[in-house]
Design a protein around this ligand. Sequence first.
Ligand code: C2E
Ligand code: CA
Ligand code: CA
Ligand code: CA
Length: 275
Amino acid sequence: SKSLQKGRSLFFNQQIDEQVKRDFLIESELRLALLEKELSLNYQPQICVKTSKIASVEALVRWNNKTLGPVSPDEFIQTAEDIGMIFEIGCFVIEQAISDIKQFNNNSISAIQLSINISPKQLIEPEFLPHLSKTITSLDFDASLITLEITENILISDLNKIQPILIELRTLGIKLSLDDFGTGYSSLRYLGNLPLNEIKIDRSFIDKVLVNNQTESLVKTIIAIGQFYDLTTVAEGVETKEQFDLLRSYQCDLIQGYYFDKPLPVAALNDKYIT
Ligand code: C2E
Ligand code: CA
Ligand code: CA
Ligand code: CA
């Protein structure tokens, strides 16, 4: 009926209204987040399948805002890109992560690697490389312990612009990982042409690896392709022993996911993993 429809559209309008308000708040609060020290980092361990030991951690940014509460990076990284804040936020992530893992490694018998997510807009910012190399130098960190995770979509967006930056990063000794592998516009050609060290199999495949034969074949094939190109293979979003056992049987190199650990605050990481 008409009144029901009216009620419904009122409801949807309200929903849209709420979303618009939230987006607006996210935008305005994000501008102040660094100043207010609302950003922090968690670290999720990546376990070496061969040794069963921690090999590296992925730094994942967290935002806890006084009004909004915790906001997921899936929600605010895009906004940060849109409002031109991603470079600054990225600088915070780089400095904090390198400083935390430098300390971890100083206190631990064996050094771990550090993976940092870099968004496309951040990578093509002219100050990105100078800032990164300055941070590595001033914190006296070993550049070869750093892996930058980039997504496939970056590659089609501006390959001519991106390629020289990637080569320069590799010249510094920094490693490169192709994140969310299999979800984007990846072409096998990239794997041979780009200076990559690692591919990360997207969580959406790992989710289905035990229930869908096609997905299982695909994951097996991705690992084989990685091995063919001499790339480290990482599976993300591994939640169960069954998934882990299967990936181990395919000789996937590194496993990341709730089966081992959630992303941890640095104090918890240190408590649990410093040896
Ligand atoms: P991503 O790079 O694909 O990171 C993996 C996401 O999967 C993380 O979500 C992680 O917490 C989650 N995860 C890990 N293991 C499991 C599991 O076993 N099960 C499930 N269900 N989830 C798992 P998070 O931390 O919310 O980050 C979301 C995305 O935000 C990241 O996806 C990345 O694209 C982006 N992001 C996070 N931190 C940064 C950052 O510092 N800079 C940039 N540019 N992007 C970031
Ligand atoms: Ca990542
Ligand atoms: Ca990913
Ligand atoms: Ca993702």
